[in-house]
Design a protein around this ligand. Structure first.
Ligand SMILES: NC(=O)c1ccc[n+]([C@@H]2O[C@H](COP(=O)([O-])OP(=O)(O)OC[C@H]3O[C@@H](n4cnc5c(N)ncnc54)[C@H](O)[C@@H]3O)[C@@H](O)[C@H]2O)c1
Length: 338
């Protein structure tokens, strides 16, 4: 069986989704759409499919497809997702959206509610946790290798000079970090305290430190920056930066660097350290697009129930609520409860 896919929004990321579907043995791009005609035409040629200039014309065309990617951007990289996502969901199509699910929690809630009402799969490209190393680390947590998890610390920083909105950094980048932390905490956040700093010469809040309390008692800390990119790894040195995850338990610690590059288990008392580099053959963050989108294809072909989709719209909505709580915390100088 082949999953026939339409892609809406043919910028760099829409074309990236297109390449991932094309590389998947069981998926095929059958339509692309962009309000910029040149982008749609170019992508239609690249993927050998029909191109459209509006979602409505795609829906009216009679082209048959099974699912769609929505890879629009907009304000804070999420302001344009709502309209095409709602059009597609209302028309009965499963959607894989880009992060942030939206820069507006109210719109994110509507999209998640619409997918639930129609019983449709709605996933978000929270790709950082779709790595063999993250899966192995999660398995260690689930098997109790760390004992009781006490703390989760994460850093995520890149160089991004974008100055378009005061909280662009928090809303556009940290869906990724907060999703990875929640994946390992296996629990929702109940309390948030955040402090921000504008980097040298910057107009926006480009540095952040966030303290988090999860429902199950785990405490978390996030350090984030758009003035980052310290140290050259395969993610650094170029436009991408550096990401680290630490999970501390009563019996051991996990350290994961750059999503897939280095995974280490440190026993607390005795036993052997276990260290993997490029576990499962994945060596660069860029490969997470293929693994996340491949997983979405597989879950659709397997007709996984909408509420069992990994990195779902509901998951993305939860992290967006944490982001808004962090902003509120800074604005009010208080700890915000969720
Ligand atoms: N998951 C990741 O690791 C990752 C990395 C980078 C970017 N992103 C996300 O990918 C998304 C896209 O980023 P980009 O850099 O490709 O953006 P972009 O602005 O280059 O492309 C978006 C395209 O969507 C089109 N568009 C907007 N509204 C439309 C509509 N209603 N119908 C059809 N087309 C429409 C625009 O004309 C544009 O061509 C953003 O949300 C961004 O946050 C994700």
């Amino acid at each position: 069986m082949t999953l026939r896919v339409a892609i809406v929004g043919m910028g760099g990321i829409g074309n990236n989704h297109g390449r991932c579907y094309t590389n998947h043995p069981d998926a095929k791009v059958v339509a692309v759409c962009d309000i910029l005609q040149e982008r749609s035409d170019k992508a239609a040629e690249a993927f050998g499919c029909q191109g459209f200039y509006s979602v409505q014309s795609l829906l009216d065309s009679g082209v048959e497809f099974d699912a769609a990617s929505v890879t629009t951007a907009g304000i804070e990289n999420g302001g344009d997702h709502y309209a095409p996502t709602m059009q597609l969901l209302r028309a009965g199509y499963p959607v894989l959206g880009e992060k942030p699910i939206s820069n507006s929690v109210a719109e994110a809630e509507e999209m998640v509610a619409q997918a639930a009402e129609k019983n449709l799969r709605y996933g978000i490209n929270l790709n950082h946790r779709f790595t063999p190393a993250a899966e192995l680390a999660k398995d260690w947590v689930l098997r109790g290798r760390l004992g009781e998890v006490n703390m989760i610390d994460m850093t995520m920083w890149i160089n991004n000079p974008n100055e378009t909105s005061p909280h662009f950094h928090m809303r556009a980048l940290h869906p990724h970090s907060l999703d990875v932390m929640r994946y390992f905490a296996q629990s929702d956040v109940t309390q948030v305290h955040a402090i921000f700093k504008k980097g040298k010469g910057r107009k926006i809040w480009s540095n952040v430190q966030v303290n988090l309390l999860y429902e199950n008692g785990i405490i978390g800390h996030l350090r984030g920056s758009y003035d980052g990119n310290f140290g050259a790894t395969s993610m650094g040195g170029g436009s991408y930066g550096l990401e680290t995850l630490d999970v501390f338990g009563s019996d051991g610690r996990i350290f994961l660097r750059d999503a897939c590059e280095e995974l280490t288990f440190y026993p607390r008392f005795e036993g052997q350290m276990e260290r993997h580099e490029n576990y499962g053959g994945m060596s660069h963050f860029g490969e997470t697009f293929q693994s996340r989108i491949g997983h979405w294809v597989d879950q659709n072909l397997a007709q996984v129930a909408p509420d069992k989709i990994d990195a779902s719209g509901a998951d993305a909505l939860h992290v967006q609520r944490i982001i808004e709580a962090a902003i509120e915390s800074w604005d009010s100088g208080t700890v915000v409860s969720l």
